[in-house]
Ligand binder design. Structure first.
Ligand code: NAG
Ligand code: NAG
Ligand code: NAG
Ligand code: NAG
Length: 376
């Protein structure tokens, strides 16, 4: 940009001009944009919420007035100045990414999983790591054939649309979003909020609610109610052990299986000790032969992928090599090295005891309606 000024311009105003142009703080940027006036009200009350951006720099996903109005309405709050500091602090920390990212970084095919600065245990039970967002212009698993709206996926609920991108400030970028990001909640609350009632019921029957809510770095493959129904599965007609084993086959523990952590064609160890095969094809992410309907639903202790079907080991392709999920969120532009650590063999995958395989397969044959296959 070229500036013309009259010779009469004083050195002082030049200094002010240049400081405005090159060194706008994130507060300046927020205060100068009319669509961010409500956010401005919040951060002016609690300026500490911007410390990370003022000191270390990073990226702010800035909720617009539309976004904040929607939140206040749904929470029944009439006066924005009554929102407590802890709420503003938690929300802001989830909207601040600890990396300087431009929209081109956020739009990459496949999507990107990015560290936020949300570290509070209640929302980030991830073994000391902050919780993340998933950013994608290719749908919830990043596999859509063509780019669509740039969306930010957070806790359970609709994704946020990015409406204005790449507003620079002295230490990073602001991107405006049209919904406030949903703070990640534990697994059973996520299932409840996502109306996955059959799964929730199965977790209660199996006495696994506390386990799935408190185990850090948990990945849940979550069939919809319709998926259970289509598979002809009636939870009440199964024994507890059958339900437990079926749920274990829908779970990964060890590192979080964001869609970006999965490599096409690889197998990943489940809690049951039997792997699932992940493929990325036809614009979708498949777990065995089951397509993910809604991917990357962030939970406080991991991630859920909502499935269009129920997983069954009898339909899983044969294992050739099984890898352990290795998550490296936070550095979408850095290529993660495919080293020995990211391809450990099955033996070190999990410390959970593998159940008696004959019993297990008998159970799974019972689970899969209309299929009778003799294994072993
Ligand atoms: C941001 O990243 C730096 C470098 O990795 C790290 O030292 C710092 O703790 C992070 N800050 C937050 C709030 O996550
Ligand atoms: C917001 O994102 C959704 C999901 O990708 C998309 O269907 C919708 O068209 C977007 N809305 C706008 C206004 O861009
Ligand atoms: C349910 O699981 C908890 C551990 O998560 C255990 O302490 C409790 O005894 C179990 N209850 C039953 C009825 O199995
Ligand atoms: C499910 O199984 C229970 C127990 O066997 C039975 O009472 C119930 O009618 C079944 N429900 C359906 C929809 O088949």
């Amino acid at each position: 940009m070229v500036y013309f000024w009259k010779p009469s311009t004083s050195p002082l105003s030049l200094l002010l001009l240049s400081s405005c142009v090159t060194a706008a703080s994130v507060q300046d940027v927020i205060s100068q944009r009319s669509e961010l006036s409500m956010l401005n009200t919040l951060v002016n009350r609690f300026p500490n919420t911007l410390n990370q951006l003022n000191q270390g720099g990073g990226t702010l996903l800035a909720p617009s007035n539309t976004a904040i109005s929607k939140l206040l309405l749904s929470a029944g709050i009439q006066d924005i100045t009554t929102v407590p500091e802890s709420t503003v602090q938690d929300l802001m920390s989830y909207h601040i990414l600890n990396l300087t990212l431009q929209s081109a970084d956020l739009r990459k095919k496949g999507g990107v999983t990015v560290d936020t600065t949300l570290l509070k245990d209640q929302y980030a039970n991830l073994g000391g790591r902050p919780n993340v967002i998933f950013s994608s212009a290719f749908g919830s698993v990043g596999e859509a054939p063509t780019a669509t709206a740039l969306n930010i996926y957070s806790g359970v609920g609709d994704p946020a649309n990015v409406t204005t991108t790449d507003i620079g400030f002295d230490r990073g970028f602001v991107h405006v979003i049209d919904s406030v990001l949903n703070l990640p909640i534990p697994c059973t609350q996520t299932a409840k909020a996502a109306s996955l009632s059959t799964l929730l019921n199965a977790l209660m029957v199996a006495n696994l609610t506390s386990f799935v809510d408190t185990t850090p770095k948990f990945t849940c493959f979550a069939p919809t109610d319709a998926a259970f129904q289509e598979a002809g599965i009636n939870i009440s007609a199964l024994t507890n052990d059958q339900v437990v084993d079926a749920l274990k086959y829908h779970s990964i523990v060890g590192d979080v299986g964001y869609s970006t952590a999965f490599e096409d064609g690889q197998q990943y160890q489940t809690l049951l000790g039997v792997p699932v095969t992940i493929t990325k094809r036809d614009g979708s992410l498949f777990i065995n032969d089951v397509a993910v309907l809604q991917g990357n639903v962030m939970m406080s202790n991991g991630v859920a992928h909502v499935l269009s079907g129920v997983l069954s080991p009898v339909t899983a392709p044969k294992a050739t090599q099984t890898v352990v999920v290795k998550t490296t969120p936070g550095s979408p532009s850095a290529s993660s090295k495919p080293d020995a650590q990211s391809a450990q063999t099955t033996s070190s995958a999990t410390s959970i005891a593998i159940p008696n395989m004959k019993i297990f397969f008998a159970i799974m044959i019972g689970l899969v309606s209309g299929i009778t296959i003799l294994i072993l």
